[in-house]
Ligand binder design. Structure first.
Ligand code: TIU
Length: 230
């Protein structure tokens, strides 16, 4: 398929949309709603909501275009056998991973809080990657899945910018994927970390990837409505 130019920083990028997937990182109730993991760490979860509206628009456009959409969720097995003790014991959260909270056990697979927020809920056929770490590639089959679909470019949305988005983009970059992070589709509990997290990605001639916006991707998909990931 002919390449399409996506406006981005540090420079516009030619992209083969048939080899592009949208990946939405950890838009889970545990991070975005009160009573979940994010709040137990002392964060104001309302700061993440600004990413939901733009991500919803990109998700709708990607679905309409037939682009592969992948969702990830950070979390652990109910018996915590995949949770490093160093992670479980980290800091002084009000509730530790695995403890019962208002949305079920904190950051545990199968609990209400672990699931994706209703606004961005996966539809049948969209792969959901359950990841035990911050990076989407660590201890998951994401790389195999992307290779099976022939994916070379990733449009990246999600939370939080400097933690799971940054870690996943760095992992993807080392595996040869070109990542285009949509700035307004990401958010952090620390707005300054959001800004610097994006700056780190695009610095030094896109050392980890490119930074773009929902508007740029919506413009491209509006002009080229059928992309059909391979
Ligand atoms: N705490 C924080 O900013 N993030 C995480 O723990 N996980 C993700 O970013 N998904």
């Amino acid at each position: 398929m002919a390449k399409t130019i996506i406006q981005a920083e540090p420079e516009a990028l030619p992209v083969d949309l048939s080899r592009t997937a949208l990946i939405i990182i950890d838009m889970q109730r545990d991070f975005l709603e009160p009573g979940g993991f994010g709040e137990t760490l002392g964060n104001d979860v309302s700061l993440l909501h600004r990413a939901v509206g733009p991500t919803k628009k990109v998700l709708a456009a990607a679905r309409e275009a037939g682009m592969l959409v992948i969702h990830t969720r950070e979390g652990h097995r109910p018996d915590l056998t995949d949770a490093p003790i160093a992670k479980v014991e980290r800091g002084k959260p009000s509730l530790r991973i695995g403890a019962p909270g208002p949305m079920g056990r904190i950051l545990i697979r199968g609990e209400a809080g672990h699931d994706i927020i209703p606004d961005l809920y996966p539809i049948p056929g969209e792969p959901v990657i359950d990841k035990p770490g911050k990076g989407a590639f660590y201890a998951t089959d994401l790389d195999a899945l992307l290779r099976n679909f022939g994916i070379q470019y990733l449009l990246v949305c999600g939370v939080t910018t400097e933690v799971c988005v940054n870690t996943s983009v760095r992992e993807a970059n080392d595996r040869g994927y070109r990542c285009i992070v949509l700035a307004d589709c990401c958010a952090s509990y620390f707005p300054e970390f959001h800004e610097v997290g994006l700056a780190m990605i695009k610095a030094q001639g896109a050392i980890f990837g490119w930074v773009s916006s929902s508007r740029a991707v919506l413009d491209v998909l509006a002009r080229q409505p059928a992309v059909r990931s391979a």
